[in-house]
Design a protein around this ligand. Structure first.
Ligand code: FAD
Ligand code: AMP
Length: 473
């Protein structure tokens, strides 16, 4: 096996493995170093996303959604199901199988593209050398180009240290062996809400403690308010302005203490999920003397083209600025591979879709109404509820709305915000429209199939110029 490559990628998450595949497609000899190990201690490609992030969380969200529907919604269709129960080990086993299918798929893609996979910790040395250690390989590779794609890990907080028994982080929350009676979640961010929803739907009483006074502050405020109301109605006990200050673990319970504007409070719980955000995995990514610059939070400093300050060293994905989203990292991976071979490539950071996979789902792209107000940009709003959409009613899922924000002068779409059924899929239409600088009028003139949820997007676009067809006011 050669020790010299055109490109060495450190990290095989969605940023790194995609970068490696694109490099190989472009004819570059490529190696990818990754240290992730699965529960059995075996190397597993795909990073956080495939192993302990996007995919396993969505698998559990789907299982729990089926259970919830059978328990609470199926009788509306006239279907009687008696005595439904959840077999947690089977549900977790299904999730694990999906993960191993996908991670095995990356292994096959690496083989098909002749990408060398080295298992171990990669560390950038001077002269674009990469030391590999601590895994199945101990080597120093020489690379013409290096792509750092080391991703991120859950943030620990000393007030609630993870013991992987009663207190878990997002990884442990994907592997609980039974439904806790009373579950606490610290952090009402995307991950906290998704994982809290899984266990709530399976019957846990869920208390979400969030230090901030506002709910989902990055989401369009109108959509966030609607989400908060729906989640509370589902039984998620979301407590804002509650900062966790300490916790105690006994044989079977966790006591969490927190402060809010009424003083010190406490809660006794059977399990606690810490979901207070993620930090870049950069503690030992490079030798200290080679000049790789990190910011004060540990993110690798890069320019608009993911170039670090070191010649021919790039960094992508969760380890650099921008949203911590799998698809953002993958697009950076493609762009960097193409830049390396001298092609023109860029990522349009203004049009990156966000999704929260709760039920109803939340999705958005572009600017929120509060951002437009803060920037003093005049805009028109078009809104349409799923309650007036035939398909949503037929599905018994007529919750939520679509809101389109368009420039008041040019009608160009500036932001699209959705809450409702399958909006993780519907958001793509908005992304395509914005990528092509479409106006609301463009969307309004596109034929949408009937009956589909996408007609809500059509009506919202018509509503921008106050001509929605199925609206009474
Ligand atoms: P990672 O996926 O973190 O991969 C980095 C890899 O590099 C890992 O395998 C790591 O072990 C390895 N590594 C790190 N340092 C080294 C080193 N020095 N040497 C060798 N290997 C190293 N995003 C979405 O877009 N949609 C979702 O639905 C979604 N759901 C999520 C749910 C959960 C529970 C979590 C935790 C995250 C979720 N995310 C989601 C976020 C998503 O997982 C990340 O944005 C994405 O995985 C980042 O990709 P990455 O390639 O930059 O890093
Ligand atoms: P995110 O970064 O989107 O995953 O969200 C993490 C959330 O956790 C943020 O909204 C933080 O405000 C919240 N958070 C962080 N520390 C604490 C704490 N000690 N108590 C309660 N919430 C916290």
């Amino acid at each position: 096996m050669s020790d010299s490559y055109d490109v060495v990628v450190i990290g095989a998450g969605p940023a790194g493995y995609v970068a490696a595949i694109r490099c190989a497609q472009l004819g570059l000899s490529t190696a990818c170093v990754d240290k992730f190990q699965d529960k059995q201690g075996n190397p597993s490609l795909g990073g956080t996303c495939l192993n302990v992030g996007c995919i396993p969380s969505k698998a559990l969200l789907d299982s729990s959604e089926h259970f919830h529907r059978i328990e609470h919604q199926i009788d509306a269709h006239g279907i009687k199901v008696k005595g439904a129960s959840i077999d947690v080990p089977t549900m977790i086993g299904r999730k694990d199988k999906i993960v191993s299918t996908l991670t095995g798929g990356i292994k096959q893609l690496f083989q098909a593209n002749k990408i060398t996979h080295l298992h171990g910790h990669g560390r950038l040395l001077g002269d674009n050398k990469v030391e590999v250690s601590g895994g199945t390989e101990e080597r120093v590779l020489k690379a013409t180009h290096v792509i750092l794609a080391c991703g991120s890990e859950p943030i620990d907080i000393p007030v609630a240290p993870v013991d992987d028994k009663l207190i878990v982080n997002s990884t442990g929350a994907l592997d609980l062996n039974k439904v806790p009676k009373r579950l606490g979640v610290i952090g009402a961010g995307v991950i906290g809400l998704e994982l809290g929803s899984v266990w709530r739907r399976l019957g846990a009483e869920v208390v979400v403690l969030e230090a901030l006074e506002s709910f989902l502050p990055a989401v369009d405020h109108q959509i966030a308010r609607e989400a908060q109301r729906v989640f509370q109605a589902q039984g998620l006990d979301i407590r804002l302005g509650c900062r966790v200050t300490s916790s105690d673990v006994s044989a079977k319970k966790v006591t969490v203490r927190y402060s809010n504007n009424e003083g010190e409070q406490s809660e006794e719980l059977d399990r606690l999920i810490v979901a207070v955000g993620r930090r870049p995995n950069t503690a030992d990514i490079a030798a200290p003397d080679i000049g790789l610059e990190l910011d004060e939070r540990g993110f690798i400093q890069v320019d608009d083209h993911c170039r670090t300050g070191i010649t021919d060293v790039y960094a992508i994905g969760d380890a650099v600025r921008g949203p911590m989203l799998a698809h953002k990292g993958s697009e950076e991976g493609v762009a960097v591979a193409e830049l390396i071979v001298g092609q023109v490539a860029h990522v349009n950071y203004d049009v990156i879709p966000w999704v929260i996979y709760t039920a109803p789902e939340i999705a958005w792209v572009g600017k929120t109404e509060q951002q437009l107000k803060d920037e003093g940009l005049p805009y028109h709003t078009g809104m349409f509820p799923f309650a007036a959409n035939g398909r949503a009613l037929a599905m018994n899922e007529a919750v939520g709305r679509i809101k389109i924000l368009a420039d008041a002068h040019t009608d160009q779409i500036l932001g699209v915000h959705l809450i409702g059924p399958y909006v993780s899929e519907l958001i793509s239409e908005a992304v395509v429209a914005m990528e092509f600088s479409a106006s609301a009028e463009d969307l309004a003139r596109i034929v949408h199939a009937h009956p589909t949820l996408s007609e809500t997007m059509h009506e919202a676009a018509l509503a921008v110029s106050k001509r929605a067809l199925h609206k009474t006011n």
